[in-house]
Every structure is written in structure tokens, then in C-alpha cells.
Design a protein around this ligand. Sequence first.
Ligand SMILES: Cc1ncc(COP(=O)(O)O)c(C=O)c1O
Length: 400
Amino acid sequence: MGGSESTANSDRLAMDEAFWRDVGSHYERADGIINLEHGYWGKMARPVLERYIAATQMVNKQLSVYARKHYGRDMAESVERVAGALNVSADEIVLTRNATESIQNLIRQYQGLTADDTVLFADIDYPSFQQTMQWLADTEGTTAVVVNLPGRASQQMIFDAYISAFDANPNLKLILLTHVSNQHGLVVPVARIAAEARTRGIDVICDNAQSWGLLDYTMPELQVDWAGFNLHKWIGAPVGVGALYMRRGTLEKVLPYPGETDHDNTRIGARVHTATSNFAAILAVPAALDFHESVGGANKEARLRYLRGLWTTEADTLPHIEVLGGADETSWTGMASFRLRGQSSPAEVRALQQRLEQEYGIFTVARYELSSGACIRVTPQVFTTPDELAQLVAALKTLQ
Ligand SMILES: Cc1ncc(COP(=O)(O)O)c(C=O)c1O
């Protein structure tokens, strides 16, 4: 498979069906329905699944003898691999169960708000994190500001929306930024917004749950101090592996997990208390990163963007369909959403999702949180074929 990539090579390879058939042959396919809902979690490729099964058998056989004597060393290797792939240091990463554990700990343990401060989140953020940000504001007696973005937005439009919210709220202290929205795959220009936030003394918590592996990047490019990930979406690890990143020297503002101590604020591990976890899932992380890297992160991003373009380009020509997500190429990912024009109520979109499933055999998911209204999210995977997307396009043409 792939290996080293340049953007031009990746864009060329994105259309190489033989290459992607080979990649797809490493996954077990399910018959019966066209699954275009791969934003929930990622299928493990066969080598990852095999490693996971073998690790489960080994852990189940060796039990506490393994866990107490050897697991620490193996987990450290997984941490090293995650840190390496993100181009950060191992002491800036702690493994968690999912992105939710990582981000919620950051929000809940964030220190230093006073009643005069303001926190900010956006309609495109993950719904439960919006709620946790609102909870933080309510608990601290501060104000929460919500940025509402248009259903289709360019990098400049998104940047401008955040900057005008910064200007309008001089007491902003903490913001949540989502690198890729779970609603419609919109890419937020995190680095530009974070750079502006830094000059204004605003702290940033970055949600990278949907972006790592869907987009090809490393942490230093984003210029944020704190971020939460999972590895069970686009990195293809078993369900139950997340990561928390905190840049060295930035731990002071986020308290240790209740009851943990870290007097000189150097131990990121003190920010979570995961306790007994899925040992085998963590043991399979190197295999997941090996497979991801063998396909090539840039190749995967380019292929998923290409697959998305196969349906959004056609859908854009249909007057009865409204496509949601990026208004320029940089703002797109492989994931995007749509609805029937003028039909944005939850009930209308729920009915549309059902029709797609029952009449056309295409599985998608309805998303309800955008301020512009509900939508159907469409998420291909690396093993999705152009023919499957052609069937979606055929369905879109007849939906009225
Ligand atoms: C943008 C975003 N944030 C956070 C999450 C939560 O991730 P996890 O289930 O790993 O906690 C998701 C999952 O769909 C997501 O899409």
C-alpha cells in the first residue's frame, strides 16, 4: 500500500480504484445495506482486529499477572506511538477511554473563571460538550456565548464569526473549538482562531474527535495547548481508546482529577483517572497506527474528500437538495450533510433518513444540532466504492 505522500500524489491516488480496492480488501464487508454512516466509529482493518483478538485472549489468559507486571510497559509503547504520530512528546499524552473523557475532564477541571468572565462555544460543536460548557458557565456564575455558523461556511466566514464574537465579548476566557464538526464535517480553521485567541489571553480546548485520521495533520500545526481525541473513529483502533493532549507547561490551569495530586503540575496522567480499562484495545493501538500509516494519512484524507465530492458535486446541481458543510475546499472533509431544501425540521429529516434506508437501502444518520436546522450526514469510509455513492446520487435525484 501507500506509504509516503505528497499532496499531488495523494490527489492522484485518490482516483486509483485498484489501490483502494486493495485497501478495502483488508476490511470485512457487511452485505445487505449501503452503509454511509462511518462517522460513529471506524471499522478495524483485519490486522488490527487480529491483534485485538490475540491481545484479548492473552489478557484473558494471563489476567493480573500480565496487567500488574507487563501492561505498564505495553501501554507506554502505545502512548509513544500516539505521541509520535501527533508529533508531540509522550509526557504530553495520556490515553483515555474516548474523546468525551478527555474533553469533559478539560472542561470540568478548568480553573480560573470568575463571575465576570465569558466562555464560548458554537452550534457546530459536539452537543454534549456544548452542554458541559454551559454547565461550566452556570456552575461558575459566568456567561456562555454561542456562535452560530451558516450551514455552509468557508474558512474566512468561520474565522470572521469567531473574531467578531471575540470583539463583542472582551471578557472571554475559555472557548471550545471543534476541528471537524460531527454535524456536517465542516473544518474549523483552528490554528488561525487559536493564534488570535492567544493574543487575547483566551484559553482553547480543541475537540479533535472527528478530525484525527479524517484529516492528515500533527498537533503543532494546530497551535492549541489542549485537545481531546479518540482512536476508534478514523485511526481504526478498537472501540474504547481516546487520548488527551496537554502541551508541556500548560497543566496549571486544569486541576488534577478530583483526589489526584500533582503539586508541580507536570503529570498529565493526573488529569484523568481511567482505572481498569480495555487492556487489549490499548495493546492494539500500534497495529492501528501501523495500518493507518501503511495507507498513508494524506492518501486517506484525499480519498475520503474525493468520495465526498462524488456525491456533493452532483447534489449541488439539484435544486431540491441543500448540501451542508464547506463553502471552500479547505473547509470540506470526507463527511458532509444534506437535506431537502426547505425541510429542516427534525421530523422532516428523520423521515428522510428512514426513506433513504427503507426505499433505497442506504444507511445514514440524521443530525439535529445546527442552528440552520437538521440534516442527514453522509460519511463514506476508505472501502466505500464510487458505485455506492452513485446509488446515493441516483436516490437524491428522485427524492422530492
Ligand atoms: C466532534 C465530536 N466530538 C466528540 C465526540 C465523542 O467522541 P467519543 O465517542 O470518542 O467520546 C464525537 C463522536 O462522534 C464527535 O464527532
